[in-house]
Design a protein around this ligand. Structure first.
Ligand code: NAI
Length: 303
């Protein structure tokens, strides 16, 4: 069965360049009506350039697709509401949100101004939150929605000089982890893409030997799938780079269980540390209260 987006309306934020441009073009080529949102500007978020969104809209239309430009910033609540309004005014519905807009203000934490921290949080985290909030009532009332947020290895693994960016990128994972529960009864699925691709944002970071294969358009199929009716999972992270795709999960160690009826000293903890840290028998990270009950039953502390 071919995946298509006929009669679906999508918003792609930051769609004037890089990954967002490819996501927008792929969705449009498969029948979606697309709001190409991008105020333009430099990688650090300074300045604006309406032309970037206009160019992508023109290219989508030239290829026979339907698209409209939006120049609002995701970083304000009013801007996000206007982006969603653009979809509603043009097509009367809104099914898909790809929260892709992003900037960088890299510096070691020691040298980072708080403004650089806050602006990055505002675009990546609050931009994702504002756009989702603006779309939420609409998606709930139509009992359908697909949201794809954009995370990064900078959050899940960490990267020197990106305390602001890593914090924001990890935060969107926490956001969808909760929202997947809240969207569950309304067929709203929220997932994350963890991309790696050659764009202006990463030009100087990607090793030269692999750069030619790190095509942004190779990330978009995973994003489009998570935007589709066929996608039946929620709260997942899919990593994608150079044609490689994989699920990203968190795991925990078996750990050590002391008798909770007795005090635990720091020295006891220190001695148990090898077991606490031993991840050779990984368990999928999850709500731990059920496993705790099993362990306490085995110890005879609960029935
Ligand atoms: P890019 O710089 O080519 O594209 C980002 C786009 O977002 C730009 O066109 C920019 O004008 C737009 N944008 C910036 N602030 C905005 C705002 N306030 N409102 C709306 N649009 C805004 O960068 P790239 O690489 O395409 O990044 C896309 C997303 O993927 C970002 O969220 C980025 O953090 C993320 N990402 C990229 C990776 C990569 O390897 N390229 C790796 C991990 C994550």
């Amino acid at each position: 069965m071919a995946i298509r987006f006929d009669n679906r309306v999508a918003i792609v934020t930051g769609a004037g360049a890089g990954l967002g441009e490819q996501h927008a073009k792929l969705l449009a080529s498969l029948g979606a009506k697309v709001v190409v949102n991008d105020p333009g500007g430099a990688v650090d978020g300074r300045g604006t350039a309406a032309a970037v969104a206009d160019k992508v809209v023109a290219e989508i239309k030239a290829a026979g697709g339907e698209a409209v430009a939006s120049y609002d910033s995701v970083a304000t609540w009013a801007g996000a509401q206007n982006i969603v309004k653009t979809a509603m005014d043009n097509w009367g519905r809104m099914d898909i949100l790809v929260a892709n807009a992003g900037i960088l203000r890299d510096k070691s934490f020691n040298n980072m101004d708080m403004e650089d921290f806050e602006v990055v949080m505002q675009v990546h985290l609050m931009g994702t939150v504002y756009c989702t909030k603006a779309a939420w009532q609409i998606m709930r009332s139509q009992r359908y929605g697909r949201v794809v947020v954009t995370t990064s290895g900078s959050g899940t693994v960490g990267n020197f000089g990106q305390a602001n960016y890593g914090a924001a990128k990890m935060a969107v994972n926490g956001f969808i982890n909760v929202m997947r529960h809240e969207g569950q009864n309304y067929n709203i699925k929220l997932n994350a893409i963890s991309p790696s691709a050659r764009t202006r944002m990463t030009e100087s970071l990607i090793p030269a030997e692999v750069a030619e294969w790190m095509k942004p358009e190779l990330v978009s199929p995973a994003v489009a799938y998570m935007c589709s009716e066929q996608c039946d999972f929620s709260g997942e992270i899919i990593g994608a780079n150079a044609g490689h795709y994989r699920r990203v999960k968190y795991f925990e160690a078996e750990g050590v269980q002391f008798d909770p009826a007795e005090p635990v000293t720091v020295d006891m903890f220190a001695e148990a540390l090898p077991k606490v840290m031993d991840i050779s028998h990984p368990i999928e990270h999850g709500m731990s209260s059920r496993r705790l009950a099993d362990r306490l039953k085995a110890m005879g502390r609960i029935k």
